[in-house]
Ligand binder design. Structure first.
Ligand SMILES: CCCCC/C=C\C/C=C\C/C=C\C/C=C\CCCC(=O)SCCNC(=O)CCNC(=O)[C@H](O)C(C)(C)COP(=O)(O)OP(=O)(O)OC[C@H]1O[C@@H](n2cnc3c(N)ncnc32)[C@H](O)[C@@H]1OP(=O)(O)O
Length: 194
């Protein structure tokens, strides 16, 4: 057994998150981090095309319209797709901290079925940071931003450097990403030097 804990509750000594001075202003749209991302990329026809907006503090909002391609049961969203929407919304919080972070652990609660055609109103916030670990939660509501909760998530994201992608990604896609000035601009926004 290692001493690693994957608990979703921040440990003693965790600090409140600090919004980066260059974070997008509240209300500003946070662009896609990668055109081919299933969650936010414009280049994925059946992707979720999630568009997040910066909120106050270290928080974001996003909307996701459930399409036929997202069904798990007749006329209802697949739970894994909803988890992806929550994961992507949580992932965009990194823009406010100006760190690149990947999902370490994601726990989802499904409270109500979500029909095709529904707009899921998502919000997410970071609650604490401990070393490279970022503790965050997200909620998806139906009927409006104040509507009833349909899905919820708690997560731990882990800060990584750009090398995480360069070392683990498939070389063809990594080379294409590094040759794309828009992608390099995104990486620079995180103050990393690819
Ligand atoms: C050139 C191309 C550029 C392309 C990229 C462009 C721009 C980038 C910008 C943004 C993109 C960033 C994110 C995308 C945003 C949204 C998308 C949705 C998010 C995702 O969909 S993302 C995919 C799914 N995700 C993964 O693919 C992760 C697979 N995994 C790993 O890659 C490793 O597992 C890793 C890196 C997580 C850790 O590995 P490691 O060796 O670096 O670190 P280590 O193990 O030492 O852990 C350090 C501390 O984290 C704690 N810790 C570790 N694992 C934990 C867990 N599971 N739960 C709770 N705590 C955990 C330890 O307990 C320790 O804590 P402590 O320090 O207190 O001991």
């Amino acid at each position: 057994m290692s001493g690693r804990t994957t608990a979703l509750a921040p440990p003693d000594g965790a600090e409140p998150p600090v919004r980066h001075p260059d974070a997008p202003a509240p209300g500003e749209v946070i662009g896609s981090h990668y055109e081919h991302c299933f969650g936010c990329g414009g280049g994925v026809p059946h992707g979720l095309h999630l568009e997040a907006r910066a909120g106050e503090g270290v928080s974001v909002t996003a909307e996701f319209r459930v399409k036929e391609a997202h069904q798990g049961a007749p006329g209802l969203a697949h739970g894994g797709v909803l988890a992806t929407a929550l994961d992507e919304t949580l992932g965009s919080l990194g823009w406010l901290l100006r760190v690149i972070a990947v999902t370490g652990r994601l726990e989802t609660d499904y409270v109500q079925p979500v029909p095709v055609g529904t707009v899921l109103h998502l919000d997410a916030a970071v609650h604490a940071v401990h070393g490279r670990k970022i503790y965050a939660t997200a909620t998806g509501r139906i009927g409006g931003p104040e509507g009833p909760v349909a899905v919820r998530a708690s997560a731990v994201f882990i800060e990584v450097k750009i090398d995480h992608f360069i070392e683990n990604g498939r070389p063809a896609e990594i080379q294409a990403a590094l040759a794309d000035p828009d992608q390099v601009k995104v990486a620079r926004a995180f103050e990393v030097n690819p």
